[in-house]
Write a protein that binds this ligand. Sequence first.
Ligand SMILES: *[C@@H]1O[C@H](CO)[C@@H](O)[C@H](O)[C@H]1NC(C)=O
Ligand SMILES: *[C@@H]1O[C@H](CO)[C@@H](O)[C@H](O)[C@H]1NC(C)=O
Length: 240
Amino acid sequence: MRRAAAFLVLLLCLYWTRAQGESGGVTGNDITQTEVQSEILGVKATSDQTNITPDIWAELKELRDMAIKHSVELWKLEQENTVLETRMNASENEVEELKRQNADRPKVAFSLGLTDDGRIGPFNTDITLKFSKVFTNFGQAYSPTTGLFTAPVRGVYYFSFTMVDTRYNVWSYVYLYHNNKRVSWNENYNVEYGRNIFSNSLVLQLEKGDVVYMVLPASSSVFDDTYNRTTFNGFLLFPL
Ligand SMILES: *[C@@H]1O[C@H](CO)[C@@H](O)[C@H](O)[C@H]1NC(C)=O
Ligand SMILES: *[C@@H]1O[C@H](CO)[C@@H](O)[C@H](O)[C@H]1NC(C)=O
């Protein structure tokens, strides 16, 4: 750029000198246009200077036009570069924002087994099942002590369970509760000796602090042992 600018200044000087010469402003022993050119180009003035002059001027003009054209192209490239840089900066900012959001996003997931101790129930009243075997409990949102899952954030959550009962010729039941409201009633009748297995799953919208838990109704029983047959699982699908 600096070179181009210096070159343009030189060209302007030449024009000025020529203009002076043409208008008769510079006469007599002043430097002639040809002399200037000769000096710049290192050409020794000859007797037929007049023949060389137009060619050199045409060439200088061409060079000037080229310099201008290149300057314009350079300017355009710089503009394009700025646009690209702006876009790149925006993308980088977006990535940073997403990274931050992801890091801030609560990690909530649990998978539990009921017990190693065999059959639980039947009881005279409904009881909250306390799943004592914790396979995973990201976010510690499930409490094995109370049997409650407590939503750490407002969001959409997925829950599933599988229940096993070993009694037969009886109905087996299990409920899933959201706060004090039952949202799922599950039952199965075991006609003969063997495992009575049933399962279900739900997607629930929870407010922060809402609880979800499994209830064993009065007169029903559930079975689990070291085989991990009766499980309760859940995770945060996405916060709201
Ligand atoms: C892009 O980001 C860099 C570093 O933060 C900054 O120096 C530059 O000015 C930004 N460019 C544009 C075009 O916003
Ligand atoms: C039940 O879960 C425990 C704890 O993860 C595991 O060690 C055990 O092998 C599981 N039982 C069976 C029969 O898979």
